[in-house]
Design a protein around this ligand. Structure first.
Ligand code: FPP
Length: 254
């Protein structure tokens, strides 16, 4: 518990989003197959979900499989899908016990049926939990999400469910896959790349971005605490001046 004292509990981010990068490189550096890196990456997922519970983070979104990841070699895609199914089967009791509520965002129907079944079951079994909301982004990309939202808004406008004048930020958000979650205040990417890679582009508009060279299979609770401590040192201005923020004028995103 000691290391948690580095954090100011009154200024915790509600929602942390992570790009879990570097599994493949971590494995290659050890002369192993890329899939070995993904297996080890699951241990980090476990550790970080538990750490979020301990710290008091309410929402954790993990980029587990992007739309673009379908273009990887077939064997790696299959291994990732199998790992997902096996991990959920293995972890479901602990997720229930640890009060974790599971959600999925992304193009759900594009996932293999066995994954869909397992994910639906896990969502159902954890639906009454009130601890960390674990949001898995699977077959997800922001451009896919924004185009899909636009199509749905256009359909609703054409059929008279909404009026064009009603389309604003609030309405647009209701059509995103993240409609039930607050925007992440902190986005962490592991493994040294400084990119957002089609991840939560709308939702990250005002997020603080944190990049670390640590590969995902080595990213553990102390690294998470370091990232949150770094976030807490930043001044979030939302387009205002530093003086306005320091005199405590209520912060509205503009
Ligand atoms: C990025 O590393 C990681 C992925 C594409 C998959 C992440 C998946 C897991 C950690 C395991 C399954 C997750 C859950 C939630 C059960 P990379 O392969 O792009 O690494 P590289 O950039 O070094 O090649």
């Amino acid at each position: 518990m000691d290391e948690l004292q580095a954090l100011d509990n009154t200024r915790l981010p509600k929602h942390i989003a992570i790009i879990m990068d570097g599994n493949g490189r971590w494995a290659k550096e050890r002369g192993e197959d890329r899939v070995y890196g993904h297996h080890e990456g699951v241990l980090s997922v476990r550790d970080i979900v538990n750490a979020c519970g301990e710290i008091g983070i309410q929402y954790l979104t993990l980029y587990a499989f992007s739309t673009e990841n379908w273009n990887r070699p077939k064997e790696e895609v299959n291994a990732l899908m199998e790992l997902l199914v096996n991990t959920i089967r293995k972890e479901i009791d602990d997720l229930k016990k640890n009060n974790v509520k599971m959600h999925v965002i992304g193009d759900f129907e594009s996932l293999p049926e066995v994954c869909q079944r397992e994910l639906n079951e896990a969502k159902e079994l954890t639906s009454m939990n009130t601890g960390v909301n674990l949001i898995l982004a699977l077959s997800y990309s922001s451009r896919w999400e924004i185009v899909r939202a636009t199509q749905k808004i256009a359909q609703d406008a054409v059929s008279g469910v909404i009026r064009v004048e009603e389309i604003d930020d609030n309405l647009f958000r209701q059509y995103l896959t993240t409609s039930e979650f607050p925007d992440p205040e902190l986005m962490i990417r592991t493994s040294g790349e400084h990119r957002i890679s089609n991840y939560l582009l709308y939702q990250l508009a005002y997020a603080e971005l944190y990049f670390t060279n640590v590969h995902w299979p080595e990213f553990r609770k102390p690294h998470l605490i370091e990232a949150i401590a770094n976030y807490q040192q930043r001044e979030r201005r939302f387009g205002k001046t530093s003086e306005q923020i320091q005199t405590n004028i209520p912060q509205h995103v503009s």
